[in-house]
Design a protein around this ligand. Structure first.
Ligand SMILES: Nc1ncnc2c1ncn2[C@@H]1O[C@H](COP(=O)(O)OP(=O)(O)OP(=O)(O)O)[C@@H](O)[C@H]1O
Length: 278
């Protein structure tokens, strides 16, 4: 679980982002390791006997009990400051989503610590909305889940629906979310999350799912959120989105932080690594 930063006044200095006299750290990751444990990978996996064995012989080593460890994030350290938009890049399976979940406090760390200023909000493509409820009900559900009051959601409702563009092609907002395309659902999720000014907003790939005009609106909104003193993390495989939105980039590869620096510098190296611009 992430800890809360209690001494924001004088944070460690970094060479990245806007260089103002008083830089306030919002997220500090200090030598973070994250390990998944996957059960049932030994012989007889999935059988009732294997399950019973696991319960009875708890003290056995993880390996003997058929537990596989996946070391997803290795010794990662960084400090994020208020007003920064930070891109997280890396090839598939490099640990980006895992790191984001840990910053949100949704995954425990194996070693090291993560300190955060306030409660970060994770906006994932899988953010928990209810597919059987209408878009309208989900706007309320999502708003309440983010800590907004019913009145606050009511006040922002039209803005959220307009931003999402869900109703551009008909009255879709009153239909259950299961009838939405994956792009439409992602747009609504982003619009709900973006309605609130977050201290730390974590965005996982949401921009990649919308069409170009929605991407542009989202990028503008991210810039606005930054002005309101928040910190935005954006996981994306779309280097252009990263370039247009972020001033700093963390590049993860095989769970390790390979580079942390200004967007142009990191993307240049990353594009060399992956073999071309995207
Ligand atoms: N629930 C899980 N249980 C076990 N291993 C997992 C789990 N989720 C992710 N992993 C593993 O952790 C590593 C990092 O995965 P992660 O999803 O964080 O990568 P990513 O950089 O976000 O990838 P992508 O770009 O493909 O979305 C991978 O090796 C993956 O197989």
């Amino acid at each position: 679980m992430a800890d809360t930063i209690t001494r924001p006044a004088e944070g460690p200095r970094s060479t990245h982002g806007t260089d103002t006299a008083e830089r306030v750290p919002t997220v500090i990751a200090d030598r973070v390791d994250i390990v998944y444990r996957v059960n049932g990978t030994g012989a007889g996996r999935g059988t009732a006997t294997a399950a019973l064995n696991r319960i009875l012989r708890r003290k056995k080593t993880e390996k003997a009990a058929g537990v596989r460890r996946v070391h997803a994030v290795r010794n990662v350290s960084f400090t994020a400051y208020r007003g920064e938009a930070i891109g997280l890049i890396g090839t598939n399976g490099s640990g980006k989503s895992t790191l984001l979940k840990a910053v949100a406090g949704l995954l425990p760390v194996e070693n090291g610590r993560i300190y955060t200023d306030g409660q970060p909000s994770l906006l994932g493509v899988n953010a928990a909305l209810m597919s059987d409820l209408t878009g309208e009900r989900n706007v309320f559900l999502g708003g309440l889940a983010m800590g907004m009051s019913r009145d606050q959601v009511r006040e922002r409702y039209q803005e959220i629906v307009d931003f999402s563009g869900i109703n551009e092609k008909g009255d879709f907002i009153t239909l259950p979310m299961r009838t939405y395309s994956s792009g439409m659902a992602a747009r609504l999720r982003f619009s709900i999350a973006a309605a609130k000014d977050h201290d730390v907003l974590l965005v996982d790939e949401a921009l990649a799912t919308g069409d170009r005009s929605f991407q542009k609106r989202s990028e503008a909104r991210i810039r606005e959120l930054r002005k309101h003193a928040g910190t935005v993390f954006l996981v994306s495989h779309n280097n252009k989105s990263i370039r247009d939105t972020c001033d700093r980039v963390l590049w993860l590869e095989r769970g390790e932080l390979r580079m942390d620096g200004p967007t142009a510098d990191v993307l240049k190296e990353y594009e060399k690594f992956t073999g071309g611009k995207k």
